[in-house]
Structures are given as C-alpha cells and as structure tokens.
Design a protein around this ligand. Structure first.
Ligand code: CMC
Length: 430
C-alpha cells in the first residue's frame, strides 16, 4: 500500500478512513464518505477565503512565498525582467515556452495588428461620465467587447479561443489608454502597430498635438519591466474570478471583465493607488513613526503595499521595482514621496509587529511612485496593473477551459439560517 495517504478517524463514529494524498493534497470530495449515518450529507471542508485550498492544477506560474521565489513557466522573474520583453513573456506565459525569433516576430506582429478597436467602443467610453474611474471604464469596455466578437462564446474551439486571447491582450492596452484620455478630457489617439507594445501604449496615453511622439526609452523600458512583473501571479483574487466566471463557459471577455472588477479592490490591484494616497496623507518623513504607531494600534488602517497572502518574505517583484525606481527618477526627477516610502519600509522591517506577521513590501509598494513620476494619475494605477495581467488571465482561463477536469465552479456552504417555516401573510405580520 502506498504511504501517500492520510488516515483519519472520525471520533463521532469511531470509523477510520484512508484518504489518498496526491501532489501534497487530499481531495475535498474524499471527505464526503465520512458520514455519521445515511442521512448525513458527508463531511465538507470549510475555507471561506481559500486560505488552504487548491482550486486547480496549473503549469503556468510558481510562487514560493517563504523563499520569495516567482517563476513563469519555470523561468525566474529576475531573469525575465533583466533579459526579456513584455511581449516575449506574454508569449511564454500563453504558450508555455520561450519563442524562437521567428515565432516572436509573428506574435508581436499579430498582437500589434490587433490593437485597433471598433469605433463604437470609443463611443461607449465617451458616454461615461468625465470622472468615471478608469477601472470602471476598462471593465465596462472589455465586457462590451464580447458583443463585438460573438463567436468568442465557442469556448471549446481552440482556434477561436486563441484568436480572442490575442485580441484581449492587444485591445486592453488601447481601451486602457482611452480610459486615461477620457478621464483627462483629451482626444483619443489611435494605436500604431509599428511601435512596441509599451511604446504604443505610452504614445496613445501621452501624445497631444506633436506630429510624432517618441517616448523616452528609459521610461518605455521601465514600463515594459513593470508589465513583465505583473503578467501573472497564479491563483490570486482576480485570476480566481476569471476562472470561476469562465467555468460557466461564459466568453473570455466576460470572464476577464470579472477579473478587472476583482482587481479594482484596494486589497488587490487597487493597493498601488492606496499606497500613493497613504504616502500623501503621511506627508513628511517625520510623520512616519506616528503613522506606524497608528497602524499597529488599529487606528490608521493598514500599511498599504505591505503584506501578502502568499509571500511571507520580500516580494521579489518589489525588489526589482525598487531598482527600476532609480532609473526612472534619473529621467523624471525624484518623486518626493520616495523618501517617505523608504522610511516606512526601514521602520516596518525592524518593527516586531511587522516582523512577527512576516509583512514585507509587496509589488504595489513602489510601483505607484514610478507611475506617478511618469505622469499617471493615481486612479490609472490599477489599470496599469490590469493591462499586463490580462496575459495571465487569458492563459489561466484557457488552462481551465481546456482541462479534462473542467467543471463549473460551484462551492458548498454551511447553512446557519432558519429551518423550514411557514409563510405568514402580510396582515398577520407585526
Ligand atoms: N498593515 C498592517 N497589518 C497588516 C497588514 C498591513 N498591510 N497586512 C496584514 N496585516 C496584519 C493583520 O492585521 C493580521 O494581524 P492579526 O493577526 O493581529 O489580526 C495579520 O497581519 C494577518 O493579516 P490577514 O489580513 O489575515 O492576511 P491576509 O493574507 O488575509 O491579507 C493582504 C493579505 C495583502 C490582503 C493584506 O496583507 C493587506 O491588506 N495588505 C495591504 C493591502 C495590499 O498591499 N494589497 C496588495 C497585495 S499584493 C498585490 C496583489 O497581488 O494583489
């Protein structure tokens, strides 16, 4: 008998069960056989925030949160950030292997050709209020794309799936640029497929009335690195949302729109926006100790950009971003909030509260400082997270939908409400 099993004794009945262990997991449905009698549904596992539940098998991204390791398809994030480009990483994540130069050229060409969007998406974006949050614009417009590509519903057709994955990765950058321009009250710039992915995005965002806008190469490369760092992060809140919505076999635009909605929250992709607001509120390095005291006392909210469900060590992405900060600030001038951030980190990393809870800077702690120095307003930061994360979402979506184990996601609940009771007519209620 294999010793890859777990022996469980149910003390209610005295019965013993042997559950197989596969890849370090017991299957929750194997608990169902543990019953007190024929009317008992069987034992459930309870994990309301997925603290210790694997919801899929995946080959895409590996994280070792204790050691601070992040790998895409086996390649360390540090090597990809140093040597690769965002579109090459997108190819890797979407296809499983690094491309040859021919494959990469074809992929780049295909993505850049797909950056154009239907004119009616412009109308949709223009129809939203001038102060609509760019994330709500992005979520609405991405969901609306499903109306432009109705064949995307054919989620069992791998060719159609691929075509729509490519469209999503391409078009999200154009919609994001439109969302930014709308919130600024500026005209929309059409995409230019002769440029790089990030060069094109920066041009759509920044170009005013110059005949030719040329983004600063350091800033273009910095954005490319930031996009590499954000491309995937295994089963986080937004990716899980994409998988759950996609599990009903909804089209990928609807599933990715759900991912954008999940990313919007301040505990997820909205954290980089929250970090900047927090740094502004702190205002000066001398106010840092008092701010930390309030966080610890539960009076001042959380230290945004710190802590992570998975990383119990320095987030490897934060370390790379901190280095990119220096390169960007050489071009843009230093963001004065950097000193406050560095001081927060210095104090927090030696404070027992943060040390005991293994709270370290995460990806969002420094990224907002770069985005701000590059001229992006805080409400566009989550959008800058959503653009590259679309690569991860579509790849995870495809992995889910093409898995032989694919089924609609449908958790159970622990019902604590009333048992059966009879309806009381309105006149008899007091
Ligand atoms: N500041 C102060 N205390 C914190 C923080 C923080 N940023 N994060 C966690 N804690 C404390 C928390 O109060 C709790 O303390 P206690 O045990 O005394 O009750 C303990 O640490 C464990 O926290 P938790 O909420 O159970 O941890 P979690 O895994 O559910 O939450 C988190 C993870 C990222 C939501 C949380 O650390 C947080 O709110 N951080 C700030 C928001 C943030 O930066 N989010 C970006 C995450 S990285 C980007 C991404 O991948 O989306």
């Amino acid at each position: 008998m294999s010793n890859e099993t777990l022996t469980v004794t149910d003390n209610r009945t005295g019965k013993t069960y042997e559950l197989p262990i596969d890849n370090g997991c017991v299957r929750a449905v194997d608990l169902r056989q543990i019953r007190t009698g024929p009317d008992d549904f069987g034992l459930l596992s309870y994990d309301s925030a997925f603290l210790n539940t694997a919801n899929c098998k995946s080959n895409i991204t590996f994280i070792d949160g204790d050691k601070g390791i992040l790998l895409y398809r086996g390649y360390p994030i540090e090597q990809l950030a140093e040597h690769s480009t965002f579109l090459e990483v997108a190819y890797l994540i979407m296809n499983g292997e690094l491309p040859t130069s021919e494959q990469l050229a074809k992929f780049n060409h295909h993505i850049m050709e797909e950056t154009h969007i239907h004119e009616n998406i412009k109308v949709l974006v223009s129809g939203l209020r001038y102060d609509a949050h760019p994330m709500s614009i992005l979520a609405s417009a991405v969901a609306a794309l499903s109306g432009f590509y109705p064949e995307a519903k054919e989620v069992k057709n791998s060719e159609i799936r691929r075509a729509n994955m490519m469209r999503l990765v391409a078009k999200v950058s154009t919609i994001a640029a439109y969302a930014f321009r709308h919130s600024q009250g500026f005209h929309f710039n059409y995409p230019n497929s002769d440029l790089t992915y990030c060069g094109n995005f920066l041009t759509m965002v920044k170009r005013m009335n110059e005949a030719k806008y040329i983004p600063h190469p350091t800033l273009e490369r910095a954005l490319d690195i930031l996009f590499i760092l954000h491309a995937d992060h295994e089963q986080n809140c937004s990716t899980t949302s994409v998988r759950v919505v996609g599990s009903s076999e909804a089209d990928p635009y609807s599933a990715v729109a759900a991912g954008i909605a999940a990313l919007y929250g301040p505990l997820h992709g909205g954290a980089n926006e929250a970090v900047l607001r927090m740094l502004r509120e702190i205002g000066h390095v001398s106010h840092v100790p008092e701010f930390i005291r309030k966080v610890k006392a539960g009076e001042g909210g959380r230290l945004m950009g710190f802590g992570h469900r998975v990383y119990k060590n320095y987030d490897p992405r934060a370390a790379i971003i901190k280095r990119v900060c220096d390169e960007v600030f050489e071009v843009t001038g230093k963001n004065p909030l950097l000193d406050i951030a560095v001081e927060l980190e210095r104090i927090a990393l030696q404070d027992d509260y943060f040390v005991a809870r293994k709270l370290y800077p995460n990806v969002d702690f420094y990224s907002g400082l770069i985005y701000e120095a590059m001229g992006f307003p805080v409400n566009t930061f989550p959008v800058l997270f959503a653009i590259p994360r679309t690569v991860g979402w579509v790849s995870q979506w495809e992995e889910m939908i093409s898995s032989p184990e694919h089924k609609i996601s449908r958790p159970r609940q622990i019902y604590l409400g009333y048992g059966h009771r009879n309806y009381v007519t309105l006149e008899k209620r007091h």
